[in-house]
Design a protein around this ligand. Structure first.
Ligand code: NAD
Length: 351
């Protein structure tokens, strides 16, 4: 049986990844600091499952990470842990530098030490996979797509901190021979996403009858990928990716923000019409643009598709409908996030 050390596994993508990994027979040691973005409710299906060991702690705590590596002897480290919200990085960049840069550095140091102590097949099989974003490439005009060769040009404190961590990961391969892999993915959506991000924010505000804030003119373009497809891509890269390489991951689904918001309104109007019968589009309000707001991201997934045979399996309209249905069917999960009670649950953890 394989054991993986997954960091940030109580967050949105990490949580989905841990649920899938444990279901497929991987033993997961899940290290998460449980910041505001960490939510153990997401993992409640794993309560009592010996395939999941949850540890509350910081990736920057090198002694703790060293102890976990020594004790559990994982075949892989998968690093999701990060501060991940662009708006928060504008208001308070320090936490982003601390976790995304200094934290990743400490995690790499612990992994390097552990890797050095491995021998033979165990050493050959070990992987350190770093999960990153396409935002490191900056902003595009109307044409073109990011490839793995696109120069880094991060514009927000969030993307700059992720770019810095990507560079450290790369350097640990070139300098110390650590067998690293990096994935740079576009915007994810799906179950268990914290409602500060566009899609769950709009779903929950639309249901509550609140104004639906859209930045600027709403014409900023993002590429969207269903979270389960991202998790499958990470699994594929872990399995067969070439050490030291980076792989772009995306959904081939570029949409303007305003189109996404209108599509959510239409889905909710069908499923749960407003009491007064008015369309939810009437709740849309345009708000002053985010400073330094990147205009367009688009990602070329040719490399992961041709080298590793991965491609997205869920198209955007299908995935969006499934996501809206998930939030309608899991109102309890969302309510506990909205009223803050999800933070009170801190049971079943190891350290
Ligand atoms: P998230 O904010 O939902 O979850 C982050 C998790 O990391 C939380 O559980 C949090 O408690 C934990 N964490 C934060 N600081 C920590 C620390 N110092 N030590 C240990 N744990 C810590 O984020 P997400 O959306 O699931 O993103 C996961 C990763 O994927 C991030 O690295 C992010 O940059 C990257 N990514 C996200 C997207 C997206 O659309 N959400 C797209 C591409 C890449």
């Amino acid at each position: 049986m394989q054991t993986w050390l997954v960091t940030g596994g109580a967050g949105f993508i990490g949580g989905n990844f841990v649920l899938d990994a444990v279901a497929s027979g991987i033993r997961v040691v899940n290290l998460d600091a449980l910041t505001y973005a960490g939510n153990l409710d997401t993992l409640s299906a794993l309560d009592g499952n010996p395939g999941h060991v949850f540890v509350q702690g910081d990736i920057g705590d090198r002694a703790l990470v060293a102890r976990l590596l020594a004790e559990h002897r994982p075949q892989a480290v998968v690093n999701f842990a990060a501060e991940s919200h662009v708006d928060r990085s504008i208001d308070g960049p320090a936490a982003f530098v601390q976790t995304n840069v200094v934290g990743t550095f400490n995690l790499l140091e612990a992994a390097r030490e552990y890797f050095r102590g491995l021998e033979g097949e165990a050493q050959a099989a070990f992987r350190f996979l770093h999960v990153s974003t396409d935002e490191v490439y900056g902003s595009l005009g109307d044409e073109g797509r990011f490839t793995e060769e696109t120069p880094y040009a991060p514009n927000s404190p969030y993307s700059a901190s992720k770019a810095a961590s990507d560079h450290l990961v790369r350097a640990y391969h070139h300098t110390y021979g650590l067998p690293v892999l990096t994935t740079n993915c576009s915007n994810n959506y799906g179950p268990f996403q914290f409602p500060e991000k566009l899609i769950p924010l709009v779903i929950l505000k639309a249901l509550a009858g609140d104004p639906l804030p859209v930045y600027g003119d709403g014409r900023n373009v993002r590429d969207w990928l269903f979270v389960k497809d991202h998790c499958a891509a990470i699994r594929r890269v872990l399995e067969a990716g070439r050490v030291g390489e980076t792989y772009n991951v995306g959904g081939d689904a570029e949409r303007r923000n305003i189109e996404v918001v209108k599509a959510i309104c239409a889905l909710l109007d069908q499923r749960r019409p407003r009491g007064d019968g008015r369309p939810r589009e009437s709740q849309i309000t345009f708000v002053r643009d985010r400073p330094g707001h990147d205009r367009r991201y688009a990602i070329d997934i040719g490399k992961i598709r041709s080298e590793l045979g991965w491609k997205p399996s869920v198209d955007f309209e299908q995935g969006l409908a499934a996501t809206v249905d998930w939030y309608l069917g899991n109102a309890g999960w969302a309510q506990r996030v909205l009223d803050g009670s999800y933070r009170l649950e801190r049971v079943g953890q190891e350290a």
